[in-house]
Each structure stands twice: as C-alpha cells, then as structure tokens.
Design a protein around this ligand. Structure first.
Ligand code: ADP
Ligand code: GLC
Length: 485
C-alpha cells in the first residue's frame, strides 16, 4: 500500500510530546512490512536543514495556497527519517511556521494548520503520487478527510484514497470561531447545529475528522472505550458512538533502539536485566546532578511530563505536603502550566533535600531520569496511551500510575502473594488513592528481593511496534475497502 502519514510533530525533527515519538517510529515499521510510506510535517524554524540534509524539492516547486483571500506561497523540503529510507516532506512557509513554538495561541492558529493540510494535498498532487491511505493524526490534520471528500474530490488522483484518523488526545480539538470556515474554505453544508464541522457554533477540526475519515482509532483499547463516555469524550462521545463500528484502539509501540537501557546512548551507564546493579551508576549521576543524596535506601521517584492537569498534577499538588514526609526523593522534568511550575519550584526551594525540578524540555535528562530513578509517577486524569510508563518498565523503573487509558493497558498492579505485576496502580482520582499506591511502592522497595522481581517482570515485557503495526495495516485495509465499495 501507499501511505501518506501526516503529523504536526515527528521525532527527531520536532517534538512536544508522544505524538512525535509515534510519528517517528511507526512509519519505518509500516514501511518494513512492505509498504511505501511518506511522512509529511511542517518545516518549523527549529528544524536544522543542514543537520538533516534537507533538500528543496524542485519537482513540487513553489505553489500558492489561498487563505482568507490572501495567497501564501509554499515550498517543500525533502529528507529521510534517520537510518531509514522513509521520505519526509517538510512543508515550508516561513510566515506560518517560523514562530517560537510549534503550537501557538496566535490569532491565525487555524490558518497555520489549514495551510499545512492544503499544502500536503497539493504536494501529493504535484508528486503525482496516488496514496491508498492518508493517515492523519490529531486536529492539525483533521480537515484532510473532509477535503478529500469535498474540496479536492475533483481530482481523480484522490478518487480511491481512503483516510484514517488517529486520536492521540481528545483534549485538543482545534476549535475555532466561525470565521475559520472561510480561512479553511469549508463549505456551509458541513456547518449546521450538531453537524460535521460544527461544535457549539464553533468550527471543530477534530470533529470533522470523526465524521469524514473512513476509519478512526485511538492509541489504546481502554481509551477507546473511555472515549465513548461523557466523562472522557470531551463532547465527542456521541459522534464517536455513531462511528463505533469504524473505531478501534491500537496500543502505541515504542522504539527500543532509543529507549532501552542496554542501548541508550544518552545515559552514563548501560545495563540489562542481568546487570541491573549497574542502574545504580545512573542513580548516582542523577542524584549528583540534582544535589540529592544518593542512598540505596531512599527511592527516587521520577516525573517527565508536560505539566498539564491532564497528567494529574492537581493530585500531586494536593498530596505534596504528605509526599515530602515519606522516605523518598522526587525529581521532576517538565514545563507547561505556570501553576505547577511554581508549585514544584516552591517546594524544591523549601525542601531541596527532597525535591528537585528542572523546568523546560531536555531529552538527555529525560533519559537519565528513566535510567536513574527507582520509580516513575504518572497519576494522569486521562491518558490516551502514555509512553513514559512503557519506557519505565524497560528501564526497571517501577511505574506508579492511575488506572486509565493506556496506563491501565500497560501496567499491572503488584500482587504481593503471587509476586506478579509490574507496577502500582490506583483507580479513584483522589490524592489519598495516589498516596496509598506510592506508600505501597516505597514499602516494597525496602524488600530487596521482591523489588528485583517487580523490576524484572516489567523489563521482560515487549511493547515494540511489531504487533501494533500489523493492526494499523488491517485498519488501512478496512479503510481502503470502505472507500472503494
Ligand atoms: P504526551 O504526548 O501526552 O505528552 P506521552 O507519555 O505519550 O505523553 O509522551 C511524552 C513524550 O514527551 C515522552 O517521550 C517524554 O519523554 C517526552 N517529554 C515530555 N516532557 C518532556 C520534557 N520536559 N523534556 C523532555 N522530554 C519530555
Ligand atoms: C498524546 C497522549 C499520550 C499518547 C501520545 C502518543 O499526546 O496524551 O497519552 O501516548 O499522544 O499517542
């Protein structure tokens, strides 16, 4: 099959979260299964063309895209996902993509990603390449299924092209004022109360995708179930329920070339399940970096996260005074909502021997925290998949998670009598329930044999892409069949 994989962030070129990990690691696996995959993403200011040897694509050339009556010129640069032959097409438009962040609150945020989506389709046309599937990811690509069935349907090239839409996070929908209808050139027939592109009188890019893509998935089975409920559906539950037969959960895989302690180039000391004692070297380095005491009897709990309420930081905030009384140290890497940045900073200033925070984005440090911590905390309110708990399992860093979405699908609560389980989980979204799970973890940590067992249980698991990639191929096939009925 020919597959266009479209995403707003892709590792190693640009990343704010797990979408980038998925977009950098799934396409090569799909390609290795005998498919022709091309990736499409914006060419952000932060992407270093020299480093990645990106070349302007003369075949595509310069093309105009009209938005709100103005013409913007686009170009395309071509590169490859590192160490693969998967082509990546970077949509270049300096006015839209040379900004300080990947995503902004600027007034033309809608126009930025309208430009991107139209430019992707124009690039495909100019390449004369007929994809069987356009695989769209999150709201930044949500209009493509509508465009294929309407604005671009005149072009026979797309006659048989089916669309698949992956929901990585329902919390971000690309919801804009009605004026976005004009910038996006969405025909009025798609905009009526409770209609395809309408949500409470606003334009909603994600909702349009849920109406018009041939197949839909999200990134874990549990989250797929949750999304059909009012509690988790963020207003999309009815739309998704109406598409229930075309909607599945496929758990994300991870790239163990980047994320395993035996291969990790970014950590001071590599280790394997049989040399687990070497993990202590990483703990020492982590504690030194953060001026914490390196003590085998004091567990270090790591956090690497966007500091967003989604991730359960309101629970942590409420539990903080109790948490600092426990025999543990907390290392936090993250950035995001100012409230949480300030909260951790204050606690770290008052209790430097207990808590350390590094505000910002730091890939090397994220690896050191995975390798050097004893436990990893992810008490998310909701979690479509979550990757850090999966990385943690491989690093022998025992995850403490709330039982929701992908966290529930990947972490098994410790059973003391059977010595089974890979982490600690709790279900009620309360600070008390979270604290109980943390206390249980700290308690097990004092029992060295059992602790080793829980680490080994997790390290043995395999969440590589192999199985999930096959499920994507099945999904593509179903989409293709539906489109060509
Ligand atoms: P989400 O996509 O919702 O943020 P995931 O768990 O799927 O959550 O993925 C988060 C990814 O982003 C992981 O690869 C994690 O290591 C990385 N990450 C998050 N915050 C930071 C940070 N401050 N510095 C470096 N990496 C980070
Ligand atoms: C989202 C989700 C996260 C998921 C990632 C990749 O950002 O919040 O749970 O792992 O996408 O699918």
């Amino acid at each position: 099959m020919k597959i266009a994989f479209v995403a707003s962030e892709v590792v190693p070129f640009a990343k704010t979260g797990g979408l980038a990990d998925v977009s950098g690691s799934l396409p090569p696996v799909i390609s290795n299964l005998g498919n022709d995959v091309k990736v499409f993403m914006p060419k952000y200011f932060s992407i270093d063309s020299k480093k990645y040897d990106l070349k302007e694509n003369k075949l595509v050339g310069v093309f105009p895209v009209t938005i709100n009556g103005f013409e913007y010129l686009g170009k395309v640069f071509k590169g490859f996902l590192p160490d693969t032959d998967v082509e990546v097409y970077f949509i270049d438009q300096p006015y839209f993509f040379h900004r300080s962040q990947l995503y902004t609150n600027d007034l033309d945020e809608d126009a930025r990603f309208v430009f991107f989506q139209k430019a992707v389709l124009i690039t495909i046309q100019r390449l004369g390449w007929k994809p069987d599937i356009i695989h769209c990811n999150d709201w930044q690509t949500g209009l493509i299924p509508l465009y294929i069935k309407d604005n671009f349907s005149w072009d026979k090239l797309f006659e048989k092209t089916a669309t698949v839409f992956t929901i990585h996070n329902i919390g971000y929908q690309g919801r804009f004022a009605k004026s976005a209808l004009f910038s996006a050139e969405i025909d009025g027939k798609h905009f009526y109360p409770a209609g395809p592109a309408e949500y409470f009188d606003d334009v909603n890019f994600l909702k349009a995708a849920l109406w018009y893509s041939d197949m839909i998935n999200t990134v874990s089975e549990k989250y797929a179930e949750e999304l059909l409920t009012e509690e988790y559906g963020s207003g999309m539950q009815d739309t998704l329920t109406s598409r229930k037969d075309d909607f599945v959960g496929i758990l994300n895989g991870v790239d163990y070339e980047d994320w395993s302690p035996e291969k990790d180039k970014l950590i001071p000391q590599k280790y394997t399940p049989s040399t687990l004692e070497n993990k202590a070297v990483n703990k020492k380095a982590l504690c030194e970096k953060f001026e914490l005491k390196d003590d085998p009897e004091i567990p270090v709990i790591g956090i690497v996260s966007r500091l967003a309420t989604q991730k359960g930081f309101d629970l942590i905030e409420k539990a903080m005074n109790d948490l600092i009384k426990l025999n543990c140290q907390l290392v936090v890497l993250g950035s995001g909502e100012i409230e949480y940045e300030e909260m951790f900073t204050e606690f770290a200033e008052k209790h430097p021997e207990k808590i350390a925070i590094w505000i910002g984005y730091n890939i090397e440090l994220s690896h050191l925290i995975e390798a050097g911590s004893d436990m990893f905390l992810m008490p998310s309110h909701y979690e479509p998949c979550g990757l850090n708990q999966i990385y943690s399992l491989r690093y022998g860093t025992v995850p403490i998670v709330r039982e929701t979405g992908g966290l529930a699908d990947t972490v098994i609560n410790w059973n003391d009598s059977k010595s089974t389980g890979t982490g600690f989980s709790f279900s009620e979204y309360t600070p008390e329930a979270m604290m109980e799970a943390i206390r249980n973890a700290i308690n097990l940590f004092t029992q060295k044999e059992k602790w080793k067992k829980i680490q080994e249980n997790g390290m043995k698991l395999n969440f590589s892409w192999t199985e999930s990639a096959k499920k994507y191929i099945e999904l593509y096939q179903k989409a293709k069949n539906k489109r060509n009925l």
